[in-house]
Design a protein around this ligand. Structure first.
Ligand SMILES: Nc1ncnc2c1ncn2[C@@H]1O[C@H](COP(=O)(O)OP(=O)(O)OP(=O)(O)O)[C@@H](O)[C@H]1O
Ligand SMILES: O=C(O)c1ccc[n+]([C@@H]2O[C@H](COP(=O)([O-])O)[C@@H](O)[C@H]2O)c1
Length: 214
């Protein structure tokens, strides 16, 4: 069986340390060698991004310049339909086969809203869900049905992520970063610094492009 690979989808408007650092810790814990950043084009369930798709990809490139763990896949930017994760995962499986162990990385906030995702019940037949902690979000579902579903699928052992292609949920013990892209955009619009929230190379790009200014 081939090596565990993971996709990390997001709007990344812009990418920040709350994306990068927990995922680096997750990779260390689970033995993940490669993470593919998957910027979305038409994000489901949220307003359109402020930066263009090309700008969001350029910011990803700046962010990962010195981080060999990461690569970028722009397939969701090539469709102008909503970026349903289940559709992207199906396309990935068509290309790479059903056997490769595949993770889809999300933060705790995304896990809690999973029951609103398009065909969410099909996700675990296509991937494992690798969940990073995020401060400010409960660790349990409100819904007893969702909590039961979570507990039924929790991986007992990291080896399950490597030995099976899909089907498990891994709640990673990742460092907490109280950072959101919303807060970065807000600070920029108010001319406040955000040096501690995202890589310097991304800030330089944002400055050059005049992004997130009124
Ligand atoms: N600080 C964080 N800690 C852990 N996970 C995070 C953090 N920020 C974002 N994520 C996760 O990264 C993925 C992509 O997030 P996204 O690009 O929407 O960033 P965001 O900061 O939440 O953006 P926004 O504030 O615009 O909603 C989601 O699965 C989200 O849960
Ligand atoms: O497929 C869905 O219905 C769905 C609903 C919400 C979010 N997602 C995906 O989850 C990832 C994080 O989304 P976001 O909006 O927090 O940036 C990104 O890859 C989205 O395309 C997917």
């Amino acid at each position: 069986m081939s090596e565990l690979h993971a996709l990390f989808g997001g709007t990344f408007d812009p990418i920040h340390f709350g994306h990068l650092r927990p995922v680096e810790a997750l990779a260390q814990q689970t033995g993940l060698q490669r993470v593919t950043l998957l910027p979305n084009n038409v994000p489901p369930h949220r307003p359109q991004p402020e930066a263009s798709a090309a700008q969001r990809v350029a910011m990803l490139r700046c962010a990962i310049r010195d981080l060999p763990l990461f690569e970028i896949d722009t397939r969701e930017l090539e469709r102008d339909t909503p970026s349903w994760t289940v559709t992207t995962l199906e396309a990935w499986r068509t290309e790479r086969g059903a056997e490769q162990p595949l993770g889809f990385i999300i933060g705790q906030d995304s896990l809690l809203s999973l029951s609103k995702w398009h065909r969410w019940q099909d996700l675990l037949s296509l991937c494992h869900l690798l969940v990073c902690q995020r401060p400010g979000y409960p660790t349990r579902f409100d819904s007893p049905d969702m909590q039961r579903w979570l507990e039924q699928h929790l991986a007992q052992d990291i080896r399950q992520l490597h030995q099976q292609p899909a089907g498990h949920i891994w709640l990673a013990d990742t460092p907490l970063y109280d950072i959101s892209a919303t807060e970065i955009r807000r600070r920029r619009h108010q001319n406040q610094p955000c040096d501690d929230l995202l890589p310097a190379a991304v800030i330089d790009y944002i400055d050059r492009e005049g992004l997130y200014r009124d």
